[in-house]
Design a protein around this ligand. Structure first.
Ligand code: SF4
Length: 335
């Protein structure tokens, strides 16, 4: 799939699209709102986007919420301010709609860590297992998946599977290990991971906790086990956001992509949030893929209605079943 993205990006460059300069005097928020109305478009943004993109979005959420919105919107165009696999998911759920992604190269290290042809060979070794895949995977991987899940509904998805049915869980090994612990189910795990959530430093977080003894450490289950073990709360981005709103703590150390802190500060302006420090020297734990999207690219993609996400029909037909099953389980669980 990344070869296809490269080709599509080269084509866009050839057509001059990526070289267009945006007039610096334009009020981009105003222009984007105008285009949204003109084109009957909806902007769906992930919590990890830049705050100015979050502020202009029609819906901000995690992967489950974004999928539910993509499935139910009556807009003609879905503009996905997120990464490639999320826009693919929107296309699979609403194939008749035009789905745009501001930067086609906004990929995902986790999705890339599980190439579908390699996974297909791996799956052959476990013919009686069913496959549960975290939604952070390519459309092709979804065609090899029985049920998708997000970090919000993963426990419900695993619990919905009969106890005597063996399971392969892909692609995130850290989420898989956490689910094994939480559900008591023994699963075969694919060894993939997210570059952002694997970078947190146990030592630096410990120092931060000593400096702020009243701060609660909250962590996304894509983090490594040694970070999750020291956390006061583990959960999806929505769950972390809810926890910071509802718990009595006034300070939090946040072990996930720091874009979420914008919503935490809006929801609880009197509380203080510290991004969990990474173990690299540049002290950066932002997702470079999510941050490829900018207001300029959002404006251009709405103006020219490109780059557009397209998928082969067979991929949509086969892959969407795994997402539909996930949405059914979520609806039954009231999520
Ligand atoms: S934060 Fe991790 S899982 Fe999410 S898009 Fe970035 S690389 Fe992928």
């Amino acid at each position: 799939m990344s070869a296809e993205i490269d080709l599509a990006t080269r084509n866009l460059k050839r057509r001059g699209y990526l070289d267009l300069d945006v007039d610096p005097t334009l009020d981009l928020a105003e222009e984007i709102n105008r285009l949204k109305k003109e084109r009957n478009a909806v902007i769906l943004a992930h919590y990890y986007q830049e705050s100015e993109i979050q502020d202009i979005a029609d819906y901000i959420g995690d992967s489950l919420g974004l999928s539910q919105q993509a499935a139910s919107t009556d807009a003609d165009i879905i503009v996905f301010a997120g990464v490639h696999f999320m826009a693919e998911t929107a296309k699979m759920l609403s194939p008749q709609k035009k789905v745009l992604l501001p930067d086609l190269k906004a990929g995902c290290s986790l999705a890339d860590s599980c190439p579908a042809p390699v996974f297909a060979k791996f799956k052959e070794k476990y013919p009686d297992h069913i496959v549960v895949s975290y939604i952070n995977c390519t459309a092709e991987l979804k065609t090899l998946t029985d049920i998708c899940c997000t970090s919000t509904n993963a426990r419900h998805v695993i619990d919905s599977i009969p106890l005597d049915q063996p399971i392969i869980f892909a692609p995130d090994v850290n989420l898989g290990r956490w689910l094994i612990k939480e559900t008591g189910r023994d699963m075969v795990l694919w060894n993939g991971s997210c570059m952002v959530h694997e970078i947190f430093s146990h030592e630096k977080i410990t120092k931060l906790k000593i400096a702020h003894p009243n701060a609660a450490l909250i962590a996304h289950p894509e983090c490594e086990a040694h970070i999750l073990d020291m956390a006061d709360h583990v959960g999806s981005t929505s769950s972390l956001l809810r926890f910071t709103r509802e718990s009595p703590h006034s300070e939090y150390i946040v072990a996930t992509e720091p874009g979420i802190i914008h919503q935490m500060e809006l929801a609880a302006p009197d509380k203080v949030f510290y991004p969990a420090p990474p173990n690299n020297t540049c002290a950066c734990n932002e997702c470079p893929h999510m941050k490829r999207n900018t207001m300029e690219k959002l404006y251009l993609c709405m103006k020219y209605e490109m780059p557009e996400i397209t998928l082969p029909e067979w991929v949509i037909e086969k892959g969407v079943k795994s997402i539909d099953r996930m949405l059914e389980i979520s609806a039954r669980a009231g999520l």
